[in-house]
Design a protein around this ligand. Sequence first.
Ligand SMILES: C[S@@+](CC[C@H](N)C(=O)[O-])C[C@H]1O[C@@H](n2cnc3c(N)ncnc32)[C@H](O)[C@@H]1O
Length: 521
Amino acid sequence: MPTLNWIGKESVINHHHDVPFRTLEQKYTFGEGTDGNKIIHGDNLEALKALLPEYEGRIKCIYIDPPYNTGNENWVYNDNVNSPKIRKWLGQVVGKEAEDLTRHDKWLCMMYPRLKLLQRLLSDDGAIFISIDDNEQANLKLICDEIFGAGNFVAECVWQKKYGPANDAKYLSNTHEYIECFAKDITQWKPFLIERNDEQLSAYKNPDNDPRGLWRLSDLSARTYSANTDYEIVSPKGKVFLPPKSRSWIVTKERYEELFKDNRIAFGIDGNGRPMQKKFLTEVKQGITPQTWWDREFASDNKIARYELKELFPNNPFDTPKPTQLIKRILQISSSKSSIILDSFAGSGTTAHAVLNLNKQDGGDRKFILVEMEDYAENITAERVRRVIKGYGEDKNAVEGTGGSFSFYELGEPVFNEDGYMNEKIGREKLCEYIWYTETRTPYATAIQPNKYLLGIHQDTSYYFYYEPEKITTLSHDTLNIISEKAETYVVYADQCVIDKEWLSAHNIIFKKIPRDISRF
Ligand SMILES: C[S@@+](CC[C@H](N)C(=O)[O-])C[C@H]1O[C@@H](n2cnc3c(N)ncnc32)[C@H](O)[C@@H]1O
């Protein structure tokens, strides 16, 4: 398979492993209840890493809308990659093509490790949808082929972002963007059907008051010819019909007779035309298979997106919002009512808005996780979500709140220092939480008193974190009493162990050395 090469690629391929693992510091919760929705302020490279313990393999639907690298966005490459080539890019604004010939290299270096982490967060039946335009579409497709596997490519949807032409366009007026879609595992991902719109529903009628309800006509002739389905059909009014030239009917004569007896054959809508089959609305699939062409009617457009944001913020504080309808379509195609949805380039928070709206509409319980690096994470991203939850607008334009809640997080201290030791500044609770996650991949419940060393019991294994910041802890016959809970196996983290291996193994005790044996994400 062809792969893409660019300056710095060799340094970023494994960079996601080197990104420090930070804790998430909850700052506040807004709204009623604890829905589990999260808004994280911070660079998504570190935020995605911080999400791994709790969310690896659990995200059903990811939508991202990264900088398109248009040359006008003033985005800054800031990843701390250990490579001299890349370090000189640090903090530089990525400019226009003519000014900066490496802007595509920088963009690829920025995207690659983030996509790697996003891939790990996806559930086996999940999919990622990425908005992009011509600036990076071809490059993005190639790195996604590499990261997600070309075989997991689902589709490239074309979204009609605006209607009228820009008459001042230098060449052709660009009115579309793309949405690249990759499944984590194409054999396990299935799109949900899209409900029929009014126009599609209007094709179903019931002129003969059939008790089975609305129906539409469907062709009875096959595309090819087969001798055993080539016969004459005589209408109740005595008119004789043969299949169209070089074709036959789609059913045998016997099957036709059955359909006719069951009043499933109509001769045109008025009873005078060619024989057709009646397709009842109640019997066809509950929706339409999603298509790759997303016009304004289906997914709305940029003008509506700006209008939606203006309704919430009259001074329009954000230039490039997406319409909620576009994200609603992605959610309809790729999420169930209980899915977790992640957007790690959150901007004005449209994804959360779309999730809350859809939950309200269909009684769903989808959760959202947003990540936004800029300081407006609080006063635009989170503020938008607050307004959607509470309701907004005035008088006849008032929009009722969706209800719900979210918690706002900042990125905390790294769990490990640069020399690989545990960072004691993060506190015992966070260290316990981290180790519990690495062992069990389940959420941590606070230490069970009075044994402060017991992390918990999972699948008949009890876990102990025998750690004291001020002294060296030793697992010995004298300190074995820290093991307080009966289980099949015991895992004990301590600074050192003086019991011999055979004795430990005979008693199903696994010793893990701090910090050497603590897994790193
Ligand atoms: C095109 S906007 C997304 C717009 C969004 N879809 C909406 O509807 O409002 C991209 C956003 O990603 C944010 N961003 C860029 N790099 C980021 C990073 N490394 N970590 C987190 N956010 C980032 C930018 O600050 C910007 O708000």
